[in-house]
Design a protein around this ligand. Structure first.
Ligand SMILES: [Zn+2]
Ligand SMILES: [Zn+2]
Length: 225
């Protein structure tokens, strides 16, 4: 009985060792990934031990990854990506440059605003979007300066988002969206109503919003830890 159990455990370990690290066609380059983990960790001024504690592994494991002598298990990638507020694909590629181009759905998602009727259309890239007789071009969000950012308050499991921004008929924020690599939540807003959005705090993502006068903005938000 004991022997059988032991053999099952050993087999499980052997399986874990042999398991190829492959996710949606991306191969992990353990040397590049290791270097990136070290870079992100030092940027956040975390010791190997502090990082290890956050994701419940030993500091030896972190040290091993950083030297390119192994890679974090797939099951840890999500936690690691969360700590660094980045994307699993960035970690897999070992390249921060992938953050802009490799965010999958997040990057592909585009917003089209019709100036005629105020319609807001979210679509995958390359979509041909027409409204009120004209072809619309995707709005390109620009990074909000600190004074342009929305106010975000963590009210226990939810982000309560407000804006110190005009909300008149001729000048108002007409929508906001919260985008992660797997979800998009859209919030329509109306003039003469205070801007207000409540979001469940799930994970880091990008908040975008569109003002009829100021344009399209984004700001990245992440759960407080
Ligand atoms: Zn229209
Ligand atoms: Zn404005």
């Amino acid at each position: 009985m004991t022997k059988t159990l032991l053999s099952v455990i050993m087999n499980a370990e052997a399986f874990a060792e042999a398991k190829p690290i492959k996710l949606r066609g991306d191969h992990m380059d353990q040397i590049k990934t290791g270097l990136l983990i070290r870079q992100l960790r030092t940027q956040m001024q975390l010791t190997q031990k502090q990082l290890a504690e956050r994701i419940h592994v030993s500091d030896k494991a972190v040290s091993k990854w950083e030297r390119g002598n192994g890679c974090p298990d797939i099951s840890l990638l999500d936690a690691l990506a969360d700590v660094f507020s980045t994307d699993i694909r960035v970690l897999l590629a070992g390249d921060l440059g992938k953050q802009e181009s490799g965010r999958g759905n997040m990057k592909k998602m585009q917003f089209y605003v019709c100036r005629e009727c105020g319609n807001i259309i979210a679509a995958a890239s390359g979509a041909d979007v027409t409204c009120c007789g004209s072809r619309l071009t995707a709005a390109e969000p620009k990074k909000a300066a600190p004074e342009e950012q929305l106010q975000i308050e963590d009210i226990g499991g939810e982000w309560y988002i407000t804006a110190d921004h005009p909300m008149t008929k001729s000048h108002y924020i007409s929508f906001a969206a919260f985008i992660t690599d797997s979800t998009v939540m859209l919030f329509r807003q109306y003039p003469e109503w205070d801007f207000q959005v409540t979001l469940p705090v799930i994970r880091a993502g990008r908040l975008v919003w569109y003002c009829t006068e100021c344009g399209f903005f984004y700001q990245d938000i992440r759960p407080r830890r």
